[in-house]
Design a protein around this ligand. Structure first.
Ligand SMILES: NC(=O)c1ccc[n+]([C@@H]2O[C@H](COP(=O)([O-])OP(=O)(O)OC[C@H]3O[C@@H](n4cnc5c(N)ncnc54)[C@H](O)[C@@H]3O)[C@@H](O)[C@H]2O)c1
Length: 250
């Protein structure tokens, strides 16, 4: 029960890694704000939790994030942990043929969105005297994959933003880290496989991605997020932790 009575704000909480992590925080005593652009999905996840609450938020829009954080503060009065996780995969195209609208959309949600949540979330957290943030990057930030340059750009940006925020707030009691998961079978990856030029080949590639055989589950990622958000990680800040079965060690 490491998060008894703590308030946790999870973006992308309606699905995949966010939903699994919201459930794990709740199982350890947290009050969980499930924030997602898919409000119905967020409400379904929040309804399963002992003390869960849904907010409809588009992380790519500063005003929407500001409102979502304000609503959470009004409901629970404080913010102790943020899992800054919402993201999309975007289209797969070679860089020289990249649809500019795709570039801008991925950058807006995966890049600007992570900034907006840090901007308004940390401001709220400071009022309570501190806390912990975990951002979701990707192994793509550490070892590139072809045809997803905007995704790679934003996920690598998160590594740097994590370091900036960590040193800016270390003395004010806020730790900021990131996780960099390898392929995890969530709706995002199912969409990624279906959008590939050869989905069958992409599925086989995804299933044999890491030196460690098999594919991690959303729960495998959630366990690391909870560790980084907990006092067990009191001296860890500014780091991006790969959850990759050895993928970036190759
Ligand atoms: N699944 C993987 O293999 C994998 C690997 C590395 C990193 N990631 C990252 O993990 C995060 C979660 O991915 P997932 O696999 O759980 O995907 P998912 O599609 O299952 O869940 C993503 C959630 O984010 C929400 N979302 C999308 N755009 C949003 C917006 N603008 N505002 C608010 N919510 C929004 C979606 O509605 C959805 O509920 C993403 O940042 C993704 O890039 C995933």
């Amino acid at each position: 029960m490491r998060f008894q009575d703590k308030v946790v704000f999870v973006t992308g909480g309606a699905s995949g890694l966010g939903a699994a992590t919201a459930r794990r925080f709740a199982a350890e005593g947290a009050k969980v704000v499930v924030a997602d652009i898919n409000r119905d999905g967020a409400e379904q996840v929040a309804a399963e939790l002992p003390d869960g609450w849904a907010v409809g938020v588009d992380t790519g829009e500063a005003a929407s994030v500001e409102q979502g954080v304000a609503d959470a503060m009004q409901r629970y009065g404080r913010l102790d942990v943020i899992f800054n996780n919402a993201g999309i995969d975007g289209q797969q195209q070679p860089l020289h043929e990249m649809d500019v609208a795709n570039w801008e959309r991925v950058r807006r949600i995966n890049g600007d969105g992570v900034f907006h949540v840090l901007r308004y979330g940390i401001a709220a957290m400071l009022r309570g005297g501190g806390g912990a943030v975990v951002n979701t990057s990707s192994t793509t930030a550490l070892a590139a994959q072809e045809n997803i340059s905007p995704y790679t750009f934003t996920k690598a940006g998160i590594v740097g933003l994590t370091r900036s925020a960590a040193i800016e707030y270390a003395a004010r009691g806020i730790r900021v880290n990131a996780v960099a998961p390898t392929v995890v079978m969530t709706p995002l990856v199912e969409h990624f496989i279906d959008s590939a030029p050869d989905p069958g080949q992409m599925r086989r590639q995804m299933e044999a991605f890491n030196p460690k055989p098999g594919i991690p589950t959303p729960d495998d990622v959630a366990g690391v997020v909870l560790f980084l958000a907990s006092d067990d990680a009191a001296w860890i800040t500014g780091h991006t932790i790969p959850i990759d079965g050895g993928y970036v060690a190759r």
